[in-house]
Design a protein around this ligand. Sequence first.
Ligand code: NAD
Ligand code: WQD
Length: 330
Amino acid sequence: MGKILVTGGAGFIGSHTCVELLERGKEIVVVDNFVNSTPKALEAVREITGREFEFYECDLRDRAGVERIFCENEISAAIHFAGLKAVGESVQKPRLYYDNNLGSTLGLLEAMERHGVKKLIFSSSATVYGEKNAAPYREEMETGGTTNPYGTTKWMIERMLADECAADPAWGVVLLRYFNPIGAHPSGLLREDPNGIPNNLMPYIVRVAQGKLPYLNVFGGDYPTPDGTGVRDYIHVCDLAAGHGKALDWLETHRGVEAFNLGTGKGSSVLEVLHAYERASGREVPYRVAPRRAGDLAVSYADCSKAQKLLGWRAQFSLDDMCRDTFHAG
Ligand code: NAD
Ligand code: WQD
């Protein structure tokens, strides 16, 4: 059994997955260019697991750099987290997103092909369901109709990987469509810590609770939902990490391309998340209802029955657990 290559392994979801893989006894090799992370996360992975692993600071678009990783390590499969993910920035700088997200995937696929590595897990997103489908989202729904370049890169990469599998039946690809990952490792040593003012709900709530921002803008109070605020399927990042372990097991015995939703199957509103964080932290989180944010859906949550049936995976952690671990990680 060779090593698992984890691209983007210093990032939020990648670092938690590194912990999961090392704790399952896997050998890993990590590559990241730190465009949205720091070496601290890798130190935390070593501290939590007490295990060592190879790390390469390299941009996946650097063909020679990626080739070196494959020459120096016996790799049996890759988990591909590396990519840019800020929806708003992708609207401002579309070419950056197409270049980075598609370019890094092409660079990785070429090296894998050259070295006969044909098992891949790709970090996709609920965003591929677009605006036309209604929740709960099921994997067989037609994807596309994405509303921003970031989402379109995910949709395009899913297509690229499906085409690769159609051309060469030796490939096995799992597309994992994450819903809204939050939470942190229970040790408190790993967390999501975006630079600047956060775009996503949970990191924003944390900054308000810490007194670093004055209040949360709740984007829309007039959605057709029980309390009028947007509903999402928040999932603990450690549950997601476990899903990658199960997807690797699946690839031991399956070829072709298969998509799985990773969510809890349960929607929570913005105000439910805010109040859950208040309970977990014992702090008040002031908020104001603001206009809707462009491109936002009213409701998004997963049908997770496929992952449960075929991978034997289901989310274990509740919203209260997610808030407790986020608060504990600071
Ligand atoms: P993240 O930004 O914390 O992690 C991504 C990592 O990839 C970072 O460490 C970054 O430095 C690295 N990276 C980016 N481009 C690179 C390149 N060209 N070469 C090498 N390294 C590169 O993001 P995350 O939240 O951990 O997300 C991981 C993956 O999951 C991404 O592909 C993201 O699009 C996808 N995803 C995330 C969410 C979410 O809400 N967090 C939801 C759905 C899908
Ligand atoms: C959640 C809810 C907001 C901030 C995004 C991407 C998606 C995926 C996950 C990568 C919504 C509301 C938010 C704030 C608020 N990422 N909100 N005030 O938009 O569901 O999904 O991240 O693939 O592709 O689009 O997540 O955390 O930004 O918002 O009221 O300051 O919180 O309107 O209802 P979203 P989010």
